[in-house]
Design a protein around this ligand. Structure first.
Ligand code: 4NP
Length: 147
């Protein structure tokens, strides 16, 4: 299973989803490949935002080694599922889809809600972490059940 997490900057939300799902899938002994990317390219090559690194560290997950990259069309070929954090990400990624197959791979990470962007509000990193972790645990169960 190959899963790509996408947000706007690839420094706050998607690195958390990437790191948490990677950790949980490893703990389950699953051979999943997880990565993350941003629809914007401002931070390419940078590590995640220090506030995401710190909140993840608080919960025992190390995301400090991640490196920001921009979403690219080839990602549709590489990944089975592309999870986006909000509707703007959804529009931006879907605008690059070349086929029905590409479109079908893209969905909101939270089934019927968005993960709010915490970039301008330090107090949002903890709630964002918790909401991302909860959904990652659901994904492990949903995608790892037989049949
Ligand atoms: P993210 O948050 O999409 O969760 O990584 C953002 C990070 C940076 C910017 C916007 C959102 N920015 O405009 O630089």
């Amino acid at each position: 299973m190959k899963i790509l997490m996408v947000c706007l900057g690839n420094i706050c939300r998607s690195p958390l989803a990437h790191g948490i799902l990677e950790r949980l899938s490893e703990d389950e002994g699953l051979q999943w490949e997880i990565d993350s990317a941003g629809t914007g390219g401002w931070h390419v090559g940078a590590p995640p935002d220090h506030r995401s690194v710190a909140i993840a560290k608080n919960y025992g997950v190390d995301i400090s080694g991640q490196c920001c990259r921009k979403f690219e069309v080839d990602d549709f070929d590489t990944y089975d599922y592309i999870f986006v954090m909000d509707y703007s990400n959804l529009n931006d990624v879907k605008a690059l889809a070349r086929s029905d197959e590409d479109h079908k791979k893209v969905s909101l990470f939270l089934k019927n809600d968005i993960v709010p962007d915490p970039y301008y509000d330090d107090s949002q990193f903890d709630p964002v972490y918790k909401m991302v972790e909860k959904r990652c645990r659901e994904i492990i169960v949903e995608f790892n059940s037989p049949g």
